[in-house]
Design a protein around this ligand. Structure first.
Ligand code: SF4
Ligand code: SF4
Length: 319
């Protein structure tokens, strides 16, 4: 049985190295209005880890002083951070492309109804989870009633101009498998999603991102509890695809934790595996020259990114 590092060596890579930082992915906290079964962040309404204004200012200083074109804001439900609007406004004002990973249902929480219009004003790219176009599958993974709310939220986003051809307001959906299998082909599933959501609910969107479940967080607990962990990991190992390695997302982004700690990706963040090998470890001592050419910390969970067509926060890595 090969570890991920041994597998890389077999294809001639001594270690995984980053190439640039094109995206700052910022996790502004673990607070969420939902508590989904598969959540790798283990987010929920009772979590108290929230990025402070001081750390948000440090994020903005890094964006202002470096050529990092993209800010990808995630959580929890990132919109629940009290400094969320400020972060979006300031990043958009300095010309950064802002993406928000939204669970859609947060727009119905008290005082959050302004969000779709706020996103439109700042031309935020909305990336929204919808693990299926069937109600029963979504509700089983994300909670009863979540599907209906998600549909209402998507209609709302469409109504302000999102997801329409040529409107320039990007609405991407995210699919992840409901069980312990690899996702189907992204291209074909996107066609199915567009047809089903269009025909059933009149919803349009830009692209579908297909993501492989990474065995960490609540999904890992569930795998261990049900005795399926080894089988799932072996499935990922068996599906290793060397063509994905050049495009792994950790090679061109860096992830910032709610307390300012730096990680190679959001998954390493959830494992508390901060950047290492001599690179600075917090946003407060960000050093582009060291961080853009850092050695990446890998582990067995990395097999989820290299299985099949590959997987990243923006979907598959190969066609
Ligand atoms: S998966 Fe998303 S919506 Fe669900 S609990 Fe986690 S952060 Fe919240
Ligand atoms: S989990 Fe994926 S993105 Fe993160 S370090 Fe491993 S290969 Fe890179």
């Amino acid at each position: 049985m090969k570890t991920f590092e041994q597998r890389l060596k077999l294809i001639g890579m001594e270690s995984l190295q980053s190439e640039r930082i094109a995206t700052l992915q910022v996790n502004v906290g673990k607070l969420c209005n939902q508590a989904c079964l598969h959540c790798h962040v283990e987010a929920g309404p009772l979590r108290t880890e929230i990025m402070t204004r001081e750390t948000i200012e440090a994020v903005l200083r890094v964006l202002e002083s470096h050529d990092i074109p993209n800010l990808d804001i995630t959580g929890g439900a990132p919109e629940m951070n009290p400094h969320f609007d400020y972060l979006v406004e300031q990043a958009a004002a300095i010309g950064r492309h802002v993406m928000v990973r939204s669970n859609l249902t947060v727009y119905f929480e008290e005082g959050r109804q302004y969000l779709p219009e706020f996103f439109r004003q700042h031309e935020v790219e909305v990336i929204a989870s919808l693990p299926c176009y069937l109600k029963e599958n979504v509700d089983s993974q994300r909670g009863t009633g979540i599907f209906d709310k998600s549909i209402r939220a998507l209609r709302w986003l469409n109504a302000v101009g999102y997801g329409k051809p040529n409107a320039g307001l990007v609405l991407n959906l995210v699919y992840n498998p409901v069980g312990t299998y690899l996702p189907p082909r992204q291209e074909g599933l996107e066609v199915d999603y567009k047809r089903e959501l269009g025909d059933r609910y009149g919803i349009s969107f830009t692209n579908l991102f297909v993501i492989t479940n990474v065995p960490i967080g609540r999904f890992l607990h569930d795998l261990v509890r049900s005795g399926a962990y080894e089988t799932y990991l072996q499935k990922l190992r068996d599906a290793f695809n060397s063509a994905t390695v050049d495009s792994l997302m950790c090679r061109n982004l860096i992830s910032v934790g709610w307390d300012g700690t730096l990680f190679d990706c959001d998954f390493n963040q959830m494992l508390n595996l901060s950047v290492n090998h001599g690179a600075p470890t917090t946003i407060f001592d960000f050093d582009m020259s060291q961080l853009s050419r850092r050695r990446i910390c890998t582990g067995e969970h990395c097999y989820a990114c290299t299985a099949g067509a590959g997987s990243s926060c923006k979907g598959v890595l190969t066609s």
